[in-house]
Design a protein. Structure first.
Lengths: 314, 277
């Protein structure tokens, strides 16, 4: 393509000067992002690997201690580790299906009702994305508070039920719902727009043939939504493995580590217990899990398809 | 008959899922504008006493402080992040959309990978990086760190905006004697005004809403609205009325910004060529 453009452009600059200009312009267009990405992604990436092999504490004194942090992790010298692995697995295998199935369910149902009602319901379910994490956390903490001042307890009080200690009875369920509905809000948005782009003829034809709502959804809409469902699953899998902000805000990992997941445990051991070295080694494990997952996901999705070349090159 | 029945079932199912959330949202607003609530959602008496934080002091740790200083801190933090995202992404997006260079595909896939691996998990390392470069506990440094989280996806967004502009505009500008930078600055930036607005809102909103970076990297000395709400929640005696009112105050500015920027930026001269003729 390059030759074709050059034929049209004025031949004022010599070839050498031209290539210099190109490199030069490239330099000032790209340098800001390259600098920021290097500074805040690549250097921290190396740094976390270095800190993981030290015993950095709250006074920021450190020396290399070799593999002690990792031995503590993998030889189960830390009594909390089995519990945290179990929590993480429970958290992910229940939040992910809740998000995908819930979002599919809601978007299929809202498709069938009239416009005003469907906009109302979509707004209700999209609200979690619009409010800041702190406020979302506050809403859940307050609604499920164990005393009679919590929202749901105060409603139950009206029916003569004594206050339930939600956070002691089932802390994991609250965390799963809070994060799951956050995922549902994004996935519903994607799925409804994907459903809207399916030609109406398909569903009409099926309905004339006498297909029920369930059959139309199962055999026509869901197969056509394969790509959005796959991307959303991958996206939320990564995000649930790495995210800890909402759990940190709602329960802080408690009570007694009942909701502490892997990512949150890394954060807490670094910034709450001030064992920065140990926290880093937990993060290193997380980073490695991320990289493995990425390789697998990229194999499935194919990177080439995502990066198309720009149409014409100057 | 069967069809109507089906519709009702759908409404009932959706309402059953929505009701807990509607209760939460109603309780929130009822709590903000009343002295107290009974049965969770019924406000007792209309009152604005919860908004007294606007003119009196509020507790921050063991000290007392005023909300407006905290508001200005948050505004500074979010604006720095918004501007950083806008400038960096429009520059890089232009290069990725228009200039062919070695490693371009690698660069683009790198951004996707970086976006997938959330920067939050590297927080410990970023903490030490800022500590050793003396940027820790300072708003601009932390804002840049926050902005860098949004850059990978922002670059893709910006590339998308530049891709929509016809090549003829650029070619004619370069024949008229513009350099690359002049093309970017004089021709393209006016054409992608809505995109710039979207990028700025993107960077601003995520920084305004951010909690974990602010909480970890700007502790104690520099309060922001998100950490203020969290610190009020973490105290012994929690006054839900005041927290709800501050939360509402915290959520409103991005909304105003969005309405304001939408009016200013949606009048883009996309179809009008270079905007000169």
């Amino acid at each position: 393509m390059t030759a074709k453009i050059e034929k049209h452009s004025p031949d004022i600059l010599t070839e050498r000067k031209r290539s210099f200009l190109k490199i030069n312009s490239l330099w000032y267009f790209l340098s800001p992002s390259v600098l920021l990405v290097t500074f805040f992604y690549f250097i921290p990436f190396l740094l976390v690997f270095i800190i993981a092999f030290t015993n950095m504490d709250q006074k920021f004194n450190w020396q290399f201690v070799g593999l002690i942090n990792f031995l503590k992790l993998f030889a189960f010298k830390d009594p909390l580790i089995p519990r945290i692995i179990r929590n993480t697995i429970i958290y992910i295998i229940s939040t992910l299906p809740l998000t995908i199935v819930g979002a599919l369910f809601i978007s299929l149902l809202t498709m069938r009702i009239n416009r005003t009602a469907s906009i109302f319901f979509k707004t209700v379910f999209f609200f979690p994305r619009l409010v800041p994490p702190v406020v979302w956390g506050f809403l859940w903490m307050w609604s499920f508070e164990g005393t009679r001042y919590g929202v749901f307890n105060s409603i139950l009080e009206g029916f003569g039920v004594s206050p339930i200690h939600w956070f002691i009875e089932s802390p994991m369920l609250i965390v799963i719902c809070a994060n799951g509905f956050l995922g549902i809000s994004l996935a519903t948005l994607i799925f409804t727009s994907a459903i809207a782009s399916i030609p109406k003829d398909y569903t009409w034809a099926a309905e004339i043939d006498g297909a029920s709502f369930w059959q139309t959804s199962r055999f026509i809409i869901i197969p056509l939504l394969k790509w959005p469902i796959m991307t959303m699953t991958a996206w939320h899998l990564m995000s649930f493995i790495n995210s800890y902000v909402y759990i940190f805000l709602i329960t802080g990992g408690g009570p007694y580590h009942a909701t502490e997941v892997w990512a949150l445990y890394g954060y807490n051991s670094a910034f709450k217990n001030h064992q920065y070295g140990y926290g880093s080694s937990i993060t290193v494990v997380l980073v490695i899990i991320n990289l493995i997952l990425l390789v697998v996901l990229l194999k499935i999705f194919g990177m080439r398809r995502m990066i198309e070349r720009s149409r014409i090159e100057v | 008959m069967k069809k109507i029945f089906d519709k009702w079932i759908i409404y009932i199912i959706l309402s059953l899922i929505a009701i807990p959330f509607l209760i939460m949202y109603t309780a929130f607003f009822a709590q903000v504008f009343s002295k107290g609530i009974s049965l969770g959602v019924i406000p007792q008496k209309l009152s604005f006493s919860n908004f007294s934080f606007l003119w009196s002091t509020i507790p921050w740790g063991l000290e007392k402080t005023r909300i407006w200083g905290i508001f200005l801190n948050t505004l500074l933090f979010a604006s720095v992040s918004g501007f950083a995202v806008t400038i960096v992404c429009t520059l890089t997006g232009y290069a990725l959309s228009r200039i062919e260079f070695r490693g371009r595909d690698f660069f683009l896939s790198m951004q996707l990978i970086l976006h997938a691996v959330s920067g939050q998990i590297l927080l410990i390392a970023i903490f030490f990086l800022l500590f050793y470069t003396k940027l820790l506990y300072k708003i601009p440094g932390v804002a840049l760190a926050r902005a860098s989280l949004e850059i990978p996806l922002g670059v893709w967004m910006a590339k998308g905006f530049f891709d929509t502009i016809p090549w003829d505009i650029e070619r004619s500008a370069m024949i008229d004697g513009c350099t690359r930078f002049q093309v970017w600055y004089k021709i393209f930036l006016p054409l992608i005004k809505p995109g710039i607005g979207a990028l700025f809102i993107w960077g601003f909103l995520f920084a305004w809403h951010d909690f974990i970076y602010v909480y970890t990297l700007l502790p104690g000395t520099v309060p922001l609205l998100s950490t203020l709400v969290q610190s009020l929640l973490a105290t012994e005696v929690v006054d839900y009325g005041i927290i709800a009112a501050i939360s509402l105050f915290y959520m409103l500015p991005p909304l105003f910004l969005f309405v304001f920027l939408q009016k200013a930026l949606m009048k883009a001269p996309i179809m009008g060529g270079k905007g000169i003729a």
